[in-house]
Structure formats: structure tokens, C-alpha cells
Design a protein around this ligand. Structure first.
Ligand code: IP8
Length: 256
């Protein structure tokens, strides 16, 4: 969404600016922002198989290139947030996180918590990180979101995507696909197999990966809201708790 997925290393500057303006207008407190890799991180990560971990020396330069590409995209995002008067500060995930088999294992949270306490808006992103078992790995923005929301005891997670939330099937290929406004975790688990991957270049498994990552946070009772961030004002409305087009995932009734 914030990049042009068809063209490597191409930002969608109007979308970045519009989202920054919506976030600025909403003016919510205790906000952490996380963005993904889009056409900056994914094509390079895929080219060098960074998500498979270290296999040989030829991947080293690919790891550096992936990190650098993400730094570039993050700079554009943070520049725009600052232009819209948001006190945004980058927190580079790869400098405070080590994964184990691709899962967050060590994370230094103190600087992030201190930034929030002071009223800054920390901005993180999907990154190429070091991994204690496999050398390096790709840490998706979605895994970060879920883990951060749990660690910081967030009230809600708002996920911006480029369709109107979850559907009963893939809306890009099936004209009969129906939007889902509200879904509980047990229902989501049942329909998991129907959530197809539309983004083939996505090394972190697109929509299915996104949903699987968000389940642990929803299990903790955190409301997960999925909105179409490609349409103006949806992110603003979700931030302001106003009616929006999208899907709400909730834990649902506990079975006793
Ligand atoms: O777009 C992956 O993050 P995502 C980032 O949130 C890289 O899956 C470096 C490919």
C-alpha cells in the first residue's frame, strides 16, 4: 500500500502523505506505528533467500541490501509523519531484536517504552534481523505488531491493507467473495485455509501470514481491526473509533 508492489523500490508517496495526514488529524495518544516491506524489502529478500537463514556467503550482501532498502522506505515514512507534525522516531527492529528460527526471542523494549511515555510515536518496520539459530531471518511487520501489542498491553491493533478487510474468499479472483464485518477467533481458525496469498513476492506469506501472526494478540483479548487503508479516511475513522469499512477480529466466547 505504501509502495507500488509492481515496481521494485517504488514508494507510493501520495498514500504515505495521506496516511500521515489521517494519523495526524486523529491525534491519538500512545501510538506505535509499524510498516511492512512492500516493493523495498520483499524483492531483495526473496532474491537472496534471506528468509531461509544463512546458507552461504553470497547472501551476505543481500542481507545488507535488504536492511538498507528498509531504512530508505522507513525514512520516507518518518519524513512524512514529521512533516505532518507527528513526533515520530524510528526504532530499528534489527537493532533491538534477535529471532530464533524466525520468531522474536530477544527484544530490548526499554527505549521503546520510554519513547511512548514521553509522547513520541515510535515507528518500526518489517526488517532483516539476526537469528540465534539460522544466522538471519526476516521479521515481518505483522509478527512485530502482534508481539509489541502483547508486550505493551495495547488496547487495539489497526491493520491497514488494500482490500475492505477479510472476505469469505479472495476478492481479487472470486466475484462472489463476501466481506466479513466481524469474526471471532474460533471462526477465523475454521476459515484459515480459505485465506489465500495474493502477493506472490511476499516472503512473509501475505494475508494468511498476517492473520496467523495476529491470532496470538487477539487471544490475549486485544481487538484487531482490519481496514482498507487504500481508501481515504478509513484509518482516521478506525483510530477515532468511528464506523469504518473493514473487519473486527475478537477473541469470542471462552469455552468453559
Ligand atoms: O512486509 C517484511 O515485512 P512485511 C520486511 O511486514 C522485509 O512482511 C525486509 C521483507
Amino acid at each position: 500500500m505504501i509502495t507500488n508492489k509492481e515496481k521494485a523500490m517504488t514508494p507510493n508517496l501520495p498514500a504515505i502523505g495521506r496516511l500521515a495526514s489521517e494519523i495526524s488529524r486523529a491525534n491519538v495518544s500512545s501510538l506505535v506505528l509499524v510498516h511492512g516491506g512492500g516493493s523495498f524489502g520483499h524483492p531483495i529478500a526473496k532474491q537472496y533467500s534471506i528468509e531461509d537463514g544463512y546458507k552461504d556467503q553470497s547472501q551476505m550482501i543481500g542481507f545488507s541490501k535488504t536492511r538498507q532498502a528498509m531504512t530508505k522506505l522507513n525514512k520516507l515514512v518518518v519524513d512524512s509523519l514529521i512533516q505532518h507534525n507527528i513526533p515520530a522516531v524510528t526504532v530499528q527492529p534489527s537493532s533491538c531484536t534477535i529471532t530464533k528460527q524466525g520468531r522474536i526471542n530477544l527484544m530490548e523494549e526499554k527505549p521503546l517504552k520510554k519513547l511512548l511515555e514521553m509522547g513520541f510515536v515510535p515507528v518500526l518496520y518489517g526488517d532483516a534481523v539476526l537469528d540465534s539459530d539460522i544466522g538471519f531471518a526476516i521479521l515481518s511487520g505483522d509478527q512485530l505488531v502482534s508481539s509489541l501489542a502483547t508486550r505493551l498491553e495495547a488496547k487495539r491493533i489497526i491493520v491497514g491493507i488494500d482490500v475492505d478487510g477479510l472476505y469469505t474468499s479472495d476478492p481479487k479472483t472470486d466475484p462472489k467473495a463476501q466481506p466479513i464485518k466481524h469474526i471471532t477467533l474460533p471462526e477465523l481458525r475454521k476459515m484459515q485455509h480459505k485465506i489465500t496469498d495474493v502477493r506472490v513476492t511476499d516472503v512473509t506469506r501475505g494475508m494468511l501470514g498476517k492473520m496467523l501472526e495476529l491470532i496470538p494478540a487477539a487471544e490475549k483479548g486485544i481487538r484487531v481491526i482490519i481496514v482498507n487503508a487504500a481508501k481515504p479516511n478509513n484509518v482516521y475513522k478506525a483510530l477515532k473509533d468511528e464506523m469504518f469499512v473493514g473487519t473486527v477480529i475478537e477473541r469470542g466466547e471462552a469455552v468453559v
